[in-house]
Design a protein around this ligand. Structure first.
Ligand SMILES: [Zn+2]
Length: 128
């Protein structure tokens, strides 16, 4: 997965700002990630779960349509654990062709996962 430096930094800043709660958002672009779209976490227990609010999700889809961008990855943070998918993450990520990106704001570790193949994907940060 290729991501531009501004989109990567914005995602990390969002994850740090949400601590101790989990944060979530969309990573969008055409062939590589150029845009970070934050979502509101409306989960009942936001410290250990994420559930994007319908309102912020709709706004993000609208923005992607306006800018003619594709959803390439869904990101969320793990405030206290490494950036590996939990069992819940595996069950709930059901968007074919869309990567699962996890950020650990404590260590700034970031990992991208192809959930269909069950493997980690290399992240390459591109300077625009
Ligand atoms: Zn998770």
């Amino acid at each position: 997965m290729i991501i531009t430096r501004p989109a990567y930094d914005a995602m990390l800043a969002h994850a740090r700002a949400a601590m101790p709660d989990e944060a979530c958002g969309f990573l969008a672009g055409r062939d590589h990630v150029t845009h970070f779209l934050p979502l509101d976490n409306a989960a009942d227990m936001p410290r250990t779960q994420f559930e994007s609010s319908p309102r912020s999700t709709l706004a993000a889809y609208r923005r992607m349509r306006e800018l003619n961008l594709e959803l390439l990855a869904v990101y969320h943070s793990h405030p206290t654990s490494p950036p590996a998918p939990s069992e819940t993450d595996k069950e709930r990520h059901n968007l074919p062709g869309v990567l699962c990106v996890i950020v650990s704001p404590l260590t700034d570790a970031v990992a991208a996962w192809d959930m269909e193949q069950g493997r980690e994907v290399t992240i390459q940060i591109e300077c625009p």
